[in-house]
Ligand binder design. Structure first.
Ligand SMILES: Nc1nc2c(c(=O)[nH]1)N=C([C@H](O)[C@H](O)COP(=O)(O)OP(=O)(O)OP(=O)(O)O)CN2
Length: 292
């Protein structure tokens, strides 16, 4: 017997990629279970699927930076802080270096993060926690079908009480921009090019090189255009170094409300005669609207 739950959850995370750098992603998760019926004549109660299997998926990758541990560009080591890690990602023309609580990372034994490697990882984690009558689990991870432009960004919200405080988690998001009440796909395309695989940092989190906590090896690999950001949040101290070409520094927190407002303000500053309405999404099916 098989049982399915579509749209079980959305995983919002980032991963390190040798070609693209740090990539924000949002994947919808569908689940298919197979097994014998239990004493309740069910493969598994939908309530358990929706709460427990979703919780395992969330704990494993949601709001984390996913690391392909077989990728030779990555080096992971213990930080001087207890239960924190240094992650050095040193690729040609790019270099991303972090220090964060270890729970902010997911380590997958692969050289490349994609739907397949994350699916295999999640299936193996979930399998260990299923009741005996459930013999099989198949997950489908899929990007939202977006009819238009979208961008991938990575960020952290230091004031968030939950896991969004992690300095490198992200989203794949679409955006709708209205100029004088008429939708402008040109402006949408412009912002999606500008924020393709971008790290969004808040200016008030910027620090000097002398203040950043990174591995000793990382310090030898930094380039003159590396910029440094750090903050303390309830889960601990977070640090990141990113290069100028892969970064936009915004004058506000990167909540979706303030990003919508930031884009609207930038558009207005470039063309004060026009009015702008920005519908910014954060991942799938949620977002904020701002006007300027
Ligand atoms: N009003 C806002 N709320 C939240 C924002 C925001 O910008 N404005 N941002 C976040 C985080 O960035 C987060 O990544 C979004 O996470 P989400 O997937 O919605 O969070 P949950 O884990 O609570 O939801 P699940 O569907 O269970 O994954 C948070 N809130």
């Amino acid at each position: 017997m098989q049982l399915f739950v579509n749209d079980l959850t959305v995983i919002d995370f980032s991963y390190l990629c040798s070609e693209r750098g740090v990539v924000g992603e949002s994947w919808i998760v569908d689940v298919l279970l197979s097994g014998d019926l239990n004493a309740e004549s069910m493969v598994l109660d939908f309530g358990i699927v929706k709460k427990q299997i979703k919780a395992i998926i969330d704990d494993s990758v949601d709001h984390k930076l996913v690391l392909p541990t077989q990728n030779s560009d990555i080096s992971i080591s213990k930080s001087n802080r207890s239960d924190h890690l240094y992650v050095d990602f040193d690729v040609k023309d790019n270099g991303i270096f972090l220090q964060s609580p270890s729970a902010a990372f997911a380590q997958i034994e692969t050289d490349y993060i994609n739907e397949l490697s994350v699916t295999r990882y999640l299936e193996s984690v979930i399998k260990q926690q299923l009741p005996e009558n459930v013999q099989g689990i198949e997950l489908t991870l899929r990007a939202e079908n977006i009819n238009g432009e979208y961008y991938h960004y990575t960020h952290g919200l230091k004031k968030h009480d939950g896991n969004c405080q992690r300095i490198a988690h992200g989203h794949r998001s679409t955006i709708h921009i209205y100029e004088n009440d008429v939708r402008s796909t040109d402006l949408e395309q412009m912002w999606c090019n500008r924020w393709q695989d971008i790290y969004l940092a808040t200016v008030s989190d910027q620090i000097e090189l002398s203040q950043v906590e990174l591995s000793e090896q990382a310090k030898g690999k930094l380039k003159p255009d590396h910029q440094y950001f750090s903050y303390y949040a309830p889960q601990g101290r977070f640090d990141i170094a990113v290069r100028a070409g892969t970064l936009e520094i915004v004058d506000c927190d990167s909540t979706v409300e303030l990003l919508a407002d930031y884009i609207a303000r930038q558009l207005k500053a470039a063309n004060d005669a026009n009015n702008y309405r920005v519908v910014a999404f954060e991942g799938v099916g949620k977002g904020a609207i701002a006007s300027a």
